[in-house]
Ligand binder design. Structure first.
Ligand SMILES: O=C(O)c1ccccc1N[C@@H]1O[C@H](COP(=O)(O)O)[C@@H](O)[C@H]1O
Length: 221
């Protein structure tokens, strides 16, 4: 595997920090703690089958806790346009994350930038798939599993090809124990974690979140 080139910096740019997204937040105290620890982005799941799903009303309350300069991300899995629009009417999200099999036309039809999640498996031509989403702000790489996401499963980072055309958000089974090595090997733009910092599904563990941020810092050295 070659390292992921940083498409937003030239090769001579100084090292920069890796952004952290904490996903699957359902409680105000977890939102506050993630921000206190330095989260760059927070993910809110609008996919009812997920144990981390939030309603529009819950999301409105959770976003009220978010300080400036923290990006709020709404996660959807194969939504209808109306489902996304009804969330956007009431929840002031900054970014959309499409985590299913959404075609490019769906992803780009809303008045928000988007991340496209791709489920990595042997034989998948990630470069070709990535080219289908030229306007994505980033590609979120997750494990391929029986559930759509939040599985806690990692994938083989060797399957990430060099030359992906936009920033890579590395996800899939990251934990405080694995994220430093993941950053050192893949050099992603950002990392995304959900189950690896939980005490129970939808409930974040402050100690695990703190350990995750410390490990991210170690991984950047
Ligand atoms: O978190 C969920 O419940 C979820 C549901 C449906 C699609 C995606 C979901 N979460 C995303 O999955 C990845 C990996 O999560 P994990 O760290 O392995 O638990 C991450 O991008 C979450 O945003």
């Amino acid at each position: 595997m070659s390292q992921n080139p940083d498409p937003q910096n030239s090769n001579s740019a100084p090292p920069r920090r890796v952004r952290v997204k904490i996903c699957g937040l359902t409680r105000s105290e977890d939102v506050r703690e993630a921000c206190r620890l330095g989260a760059d982005a927070l993910g809110f799941v609008f996919y009812p089958p997920s144990p981390r799903a939030v309603t529009i009303a819950q999301a409105e309350a959770l976003l009220a806790e978010v300080p400036p300069f923290v990006t709020t991300v709404g996660l959807f899995v194969n939504p209808t346009p109306d489902e996304v629009e009804s969330v956007l009417e009431r929840v002031p999200l900054d970014l959309l994350q499409f985590h299913g099999d959404e075609p490019p036309e769906l992803c780009r039809r809303f008045a928000r930038p988007y991340l496209k999640a791709l489920r990595v498996r042997p034989g998948l031509d990630l470069l070709e798939l990535a080219r289908c989403y030229p306007d994505a702000k980033g590609l979120l790489l997750d494990a391929d599993s029986a559930v759509w996401g939040g599985s806690g499963r990692a994938f083989d980072w060797n399957l990430i090809p060099p030359g992906l055309p936009c920033p890579v958000v590395l996800a899939g089974g990251l934990t405080p124990e694995t994220v430093a090595e993941a950053i050192a090997r893949v050099r992603p733009w950002a990392v995304d974690v959900s189950s690896g910092v939980e005490a129970a599904k939808g409930i974040k563990c402050p100690q695990k979140m703190a350990a995750f941020f410390a490990a991210v810092t170690r991984g950047m050295r």
